[in-house]
Structures are given as C-alpha cells and as structure tokens.
Design a protein around this ligand. Structure first.
Ligand code: AGP
Length: 608
C-alpha cells in the first residue's frame, strides 16, 4: 500500500528520499511525489505511475535541501493521477502532508472547510487533512496537527511539514504503521523500515494515536492527547542484502529459492529430536492457556488464510483440538461466540493487515486470548498479541507471498507438535514429525532443481486464460494457494477447489482449453483423486499433476507430471506448493507481467 519516507539531517534530502521510495516500491503504488523544504518555500513534484516517471519529472534537480517528505500512493479516493498524488498542500501551499490510510469522516470535514471558504483541488480524503491542519494552525505546527487529529476519524500514518518551520516535521499514526529512524545527526520517518535501513538500524515504532515531532535535530514523542510517552529504541537485526535481489531477476524468484533456508530458519532451535518435542519461546507465557484451550480460531487473509487452513487439518488430525479458520474481514463484523478458552490466533506475514489486526482486537474484546504468527518483527499484530511465534522468513518483498507461506506452515506444524504432545501424542509420533520436518529443506531444494521442467510446462500454457486447481484433504488449501498465486501475478483467471467438488459445478468448464492442476501426493486421498483425473481426461481437459516420484497411476493420466519427493501427509503442502509457485512465476514472466508489483495489489493491506 502507500509508502512514506521523511528525512531531516545534514545531507541532501532528495537522493535519500528517492532511494527510500524505491525501497517502498514493493508495497504496491500507482503514483509518487516529493516535497522539499527550500529557501524559497516548499518545492513539490508529483507524478502518476512509477517512480521512474517522478525521477524524469525531477530532471536534473540537485536540490541542496536537507529536509523533505515523499510518498508512494495506492489510490483509494480518486483515481491515480498527478493531482491526487501526495504530498497534498493547503490552499497557501505552506502545509505539505503525506498520508497512508483513510480519513473516514472526510466528507463532513470537507463540507465544514468549504463553508469556511476553502477550495479543494483533488478528490482525496488526504487533502482534507492538509486544509484542516492549516485551518487549525496558529503558529505552532505540532499543536495544529495534534488538534486536527482529534477531529479526524479513520486510519492514518502521516508526515507533515510547514514552509514556515524549516527543520520541523510532525508524524503520527493510527492504524497505519510509522517508524522513526535515528541516525547520526539525522532523523527519518517512514511507514516501513525497508525505506531507512540503508541509513540506520536504530528505530522507534509509534503506536496508535501517537505522534512524533522532529525539531532542532531532536525528536519528541507524545500521544495525540498531548501526554508525553517514552519510547524504547529498538535495533533492526536483518540487513540490506535481505531486501535486495541478490542476482535474481525478481524478488519473487529469489524468495521462492530461499525456501530451503527459510523453512529451516522457522524450525531452527524449536525442535527437540530425542524427545519428539517442540518448544516455542514466544509462547512460554501462554502455556497454561494452551493446556486448557478448547478451540482455536485462526484469523487471516489471503495466503496467510490458506496457511491457516493447513493448520486446521494438522491440528485437528494430530492434536485433536477444534480449529476454525476465519477470513479476518468477515470475523471482525460478525458476532462470534468466544470464551477465555478460545485462542484467537492471527496469522500475518506483515503483521499490519488491518482486517487481521481488527479481527484480533475483536477476538480479544470478546474475551478470547489473542496470539499471533507473524513475520515482521515489531509489527502491530506482533506487539498487540499476548504471545506468539515469529516465522523468521526475513523480509518478503515480492507482493505474492511465497516463503512466508511455507514458513507459516512450518510454524503451524511445530505448533501441532507442541499441542499434540500436550494432549497425548506419543513420543514416537513426535520424533517422526521432527525427523520429517528436518528433512523438508533438502526435499524443497530438489524440487527447486526442477525449475527448467516447470518453465517448459509454463511455456505450453502461458497463453491460456483459465486454470483450475484441484486438491483434496490437506492439499486442498494448496490448490487455493496455487490458484491465488497465478491470478495475482499473471492476471489469468484461476480457481481452486476441493477436487471432489468439481462435479458439483466446475466440471461444466472442462474442455481442451482448460488446464487442470492436480495437487495429489501419495497418502491421504490420493486414490480418490485419480477418479477426478479420469473425469477431466474424459472431457478433453489437460492435466498437470503434482505427484510423488513413484506414483505411476497419476502419471499415466497426466499430460504433464511434476514428480516431487515423498513426505508424511501433513507436511506435504510444504512440497506441493513449490512447483505451483514456480509455475505461476514463469507464466507471469512469459506473459510480460510485473511479477514483483502486480497491478492493483499491495504488499500489506492497511486499509479496509
Ligand atoms: C499473497 O500472495 C497476497 N499478496 C495476500 O493475499 C496476502 O497474503 C494477504 O494480504 C495477507 O497479508 P499478511 O499475511 O501480511 O497479513
């Protein structure tokens, strides 16, 4: 979604802001802009489209300004064009504001401001806030921002500057992340650590309804109710390499190939092989709750929701605890029945998805314990959970989630072991689970070595406009995930279904133009799925089958067979998903799509 970076220091701000914007590109955006504080006042340049167009518009601008703010916009109110791009100005051009989030009461505020004679030039909700700050300004910028924020409803991460206050910047957050970076004689304000990591590792995360003011080279944090708050300075431990492509043409491909390592990172130090046990440090305070838990409710969106579905299969089968997997966006607006013996468990790569965050808060309000499975350290969901597990996948930059998914599934497998052993799972089964899990990274590596073969299959189907993905049991969510990967990066219509559901409707679509991807490793429901393959075959459909190395039956029916190593049924999603990620990737590349930043999508969805 939208991205913010602000800089205040002794170096020229322009290159720092532009570099920061590029680091935020992965979040998804459709226009970009910058405001610099110069001796003549504020200099604002904005452009529709990619950052490269903004660079073009800036031409050979070598501004010496050491102070400014910049933004990548993902349109919510008003189309993506230059006018609606941020920064937004007040009528006098003295206040410049960049904003992530949505001002929900912008209509009533706009009417009020129009009644005062203020004219609007854009269709955005953000412009309202720029005018409101200006309206409330009586010589003190911080006070004007503070007062304005008490009048707005909605979500925001903002950075504000004023022509009459060189060297002063005010930032604030409510529901949209903001981080302060503390460098040597310089300060940064950003919506994402990636934007400032090249310059500093010392950060402070703002919490909801908090603000920060940079003034005279120092910063001060308080609530928007004007109470001082002392914030802890945290140190970022991951490095710049992890947010660069490292020789791969796309972040997505790099992240797919990182999976042997990221899966190992997700289980490292968490398995006790001799005893067939798991330990998860982040849950040490919650062990009593977990002993007594009656029901788990996973709350998630998109790919994380698919991981949750796999968790449901694992935990119900092996730990015998009832599990529900809820779309966070639905859960937050219904009236779910929860109790203190329910654990509401958010699953989120970014830890900032607003629907997941709000669902978790709703779960907590209704009396459930609130836990998290999160990738981004220090993210809002991580901080608001009562305990939880980091998946340690490192920064995921490609908009299409790949390594985070397999790390989430790995953590859910460890959780299954932990909960299962609390509830009567034998140490023999526990040891087997540990050994099988430890063997997964090598097996993933072997599948990655089949990349050329998968690209050849992609070449055959790159021109097709519809795909069906079918799986059963624990591989049904993998079918959903394979279809999601394809549609989001290649814009090919793809649907995932439980294989046996095909004959209740989707079978009507099958003909020679409809490739069907079967996810069917041995074990579980493999034999049943052969019947579904026959049904597709009989109607002329093309079959791409992800099967185990010695599955002769499925191979005989398939037009293309991707043979993967065998593992126990409940871990098979960690292997079956890899060819589907590669297939989607190659089809998208062959169709000329922007793999890392697909149209209309954002990496982390921080608006409803
Ligand atoms: C996955 O490829 C998607 N881009 C998307 O579905 C994503 O998984 C979803 O928005 C949830 O994000 P989160 O894990 O950061 O909460």
């Amino acid at each position: 979604m939208c991205g913010i970076i602000g800089y205040l220091g002794e170096r020229p701000a322009l290159p720092i802001l532009m570099e920061g914007l590029k680091r935020l590109e992965y979040r998804g955006y459709d226009s970009a802009g910058i405001a610099l504080q110069t001796l003549q006042g504020l200099e604002v340049v904005k452009e529709k489209g990619k950052i490269a167009f903004l660079e073009e518009a800036l031409g050979d601008n070598h501004s010496a300004a050491t102070f400014g703010i910049a933004h990548t916009r993902w349109a919510t109110h008003g189309p993506p064009n230059r006018e609606n791009a941020h920064p937004h100005l007040d009528g006098s051009g003295e206040v410049a504001l960049v904003h992530n989030g949505i001002i929900e009461n912008f209509n009533s505020l706009k009417r009020f401001l129009e009644d005062q004679g203020i004219e609007f030039v854009t269709e955005t909700d953000t412009e309202v806030l720029a005018h409101l700050i200006s309206f409330n300004y009586k010589g003190d910028l911080e006070e004007a921002v503070q007062r304005s924020l008490t009048q707005v409803e909605g979500t925001y991460g903002i950075a504000v500057i004023h022509a009459a206050h060189p060297g002063e910047m005010v930032g604030a957050r409510n529901g949209s992340p903001m981080v302060v970076g503390i460098g040597e004689k310089e300060l940064f304000l950003a919506s994402d650590v990636a934007a400032i990591l090249a310059h500093t590792r010392q950060v402070i995360y703002l919490d909801d309804r908090e603000m920060v003011t940079f003034k005279n080279g120092e910063f001060n944090t308080k609530t928007i109710q004007n109470e001082e708050v002392d914030k802890e300075i945290q140190r970022i431990t991951w490095n710049l390499d992890s947010i660069e492509k490292g020789g791969y043409p796309h972040f997505m491909l790099k992240e797919i190939f990182e999976q042997p390592t990221t899966i190992a990172n997700a289980f490292r130090g968490r398995l006790i092989e001799d005893e067939g046990l798991a330990k998860l440090g982040g849950l040490s305070e919650n062990m009593e709750d977990l002993q007594q838990v009656e029901r788990l409710v996973f709350l998630a969106c998109g790919t994380s929701w698919h991981a949750g579905l796999i968790g449901e299969y694992m935990i119900e089968e092996l730990a015998r605890i009832p599990v529900e997997v809820e779309y966070a966006s639905e859960f937050r607006y219904r009236n779910p029945v929860l109790s203190p013996r329910t654990v509401a468990w958010a699953i989120s790569q970014s830890g900032e998805t607003v629907d997941t965050l709000e669902a978790l808060r709703e779960g907590q309000r209704k009396g459930a314990r609130a836990l998290g499975i999160v990738n981004s350290v220090g993210s809002t969901i991580a901080r608001e959970s009562e305990g939880g597990v980091y998946i340690h996948a490192g920064p995921e930059i490609g908009v299409a989630s790949t390594k985070a998914f397999t790390s989430q599934v790995t953590v859910l497998a460890i959780l299954t072991l932990l909960l299962g052993r609390m509830r009567g799972m034998s140490s023999r089964l526990g040891k087997k689970m540990v050994q099988e899990l430890q063997a997964i990274p090598d097996k993933v590596q072997r599948i990655l070595e089949m990349d050329d073969q998968i690209r050849e299959i992609a070449e055959v189907y790159a021109g097709v406009d519809n795909f069906l993905y079918l799986g059963r049991g624990i591989n049904y969510p993998v079918a959903l995930e394979g279809a999601l990967k394809l549609k989001e990066i290649s814009y090919v219509h793809a649907e995932g279904y439980p294989a046996a559901e095909m004959k209740h409707g989707p079978i009507a679509l099958i003909d020679e133009n409809m490739p069907v991807v079967f996810v069917s490793p041995l074990g579980g429901t493999n034999r049943k799925i052969l019947g579904n393959m026959e049904e597709v075959k009989a109607r002329g459909g093309k079959i791409i089958a992800v099967v185990n190395e010695d599955d002769v039956n499925a191979s005989a029916l398939a037009d293309h067979t991707i043979r993967i190593p065998e593992t126990v049924d409940f871990l098979s999603p960690l292997l079956t998903v890899i060819p589907l990620q590669l297939l989607a990737y190659h089809i998208a590349v062959l169709r000329g799509c922007n793999v890392d930043q697909p149209r209309n999508l954002a990496k982390s969805v921080t608006v409803e």
